[in-house]
Ligand binder design. Structure first.
Ligand SMILES: [Fe+2]
Length: 259
């Protein structure tokens, strides 16, 4: 069972993210990879690495299996119970999310976002990534890797400490209502290099809902395969339209207590 130490909670508070290693269940990850390959378009052959290099030959507009360029957002499985057990209801993941947001405060998950993939780019010149902030209402994001994600392999990228700025760049706490300052801060952070949260199968990244982030470019030979979930507290309907609080950790019982 993984838990968060006081230092880790403080790291999350200051940096806006936290990586925890070796958390996810190997059997559920193997099953997720199986199911992903069952749904893969014929262009991709599991036993022939050279076929994994993108882009996709055909776009797929179906929201449940959206494919375009190098990205494949496979959402079809997101509501299956084993997917929920794989990520938010993994006992360690749930426990740690409650450590941050408060015990008994989280909304029960009915689905996860899905398995999000980035195909390898192949032999192309490297280019920088810019960051963005998600707008939809949630408190705490978690990304879990179901296969190894080497450095520069399309891992989740974060811009440390940007949550401390971006939190105040919206008119409300949890809705998509950026102020004029948002675009200025986004341009400014995007000039800096983000942190590449690479890792092994089973590693997870927790991230604050207003931290600047991006899906990294994939210069590895692997298909980046990640599962994503957004934790929300039960009271989000009541708090989401409030203006950002002077104390940005008001809704984070565990973070408040740690400092
Ligand atoms: Fe995003």
């Amino acid at each position: 069972m993984s838990t968060l130490s006081k230092q880790e909670i403080l790291f999350f508070k200051e940096e806006g993210y936290l990586v925890k290693r070796d958390v996810l269940d190997p059997e559920l990850m193997a099953y997720a990879r199986e199911r992903l390959w069952e749904a893969a378009p014929s262009q991709l052959k599991r036993d022939r690495l050279e076929t994994w290099i993108g882009p996709f030959e055909e776009r797929c507009e179906d929201k449940m299996s959206y494919r375009s360029g190098y990205r494949w957002n496979y959402r079809q499985l997101g509501g299956e119970p084993w997917m929920i057990r794989l990520l938010p209801k993994n006992p360690s993941v749930w426990y740690m999310a409650e450590q941050l947001l408060g015990k008994g405060m989280l909304r029960e998950p009915d689905r996860v976002r899905g398995i999000y993939c980035t195909l390898p780019y192949g032999d192309v010149p490297k280019k920088p990534s810019g960051c963005h902030v998600d707008g939809h209402p949630f408190h705490l994001g978690v990304v879990g890797y179901i296969d190894d994600v080497p450095p520069e392999g399309g891992g989740f990228m974060v811009w440390p400490k940007s949550h401390l700025k971006f939190y105040y760049d919206f008119h409300s706490q949890y809705r998509t209502e950026p102020t004029d300052q948002y675009e200025k801060d986004r341009a400014c952070f995007s000039q800096q290099a983000g942190v590449d949260c690479h890792g092994r199968a089973g590693d997870i990244v927790f991230w604050h809902h207003r931290v600047g982030h991006a899906a990294g470019h994939n210069y590895s030979c692997q298909i980046r395969q990640a599962v994503l979930y957004d934790f929300r507290k039960q009271d989000i309907e009541h708090t989401m339209e409030e203006s950002p609080c002077q104390n940005m950790w008001r809704d984070w019982a565990g973070v408040e207590r740690s400092s």
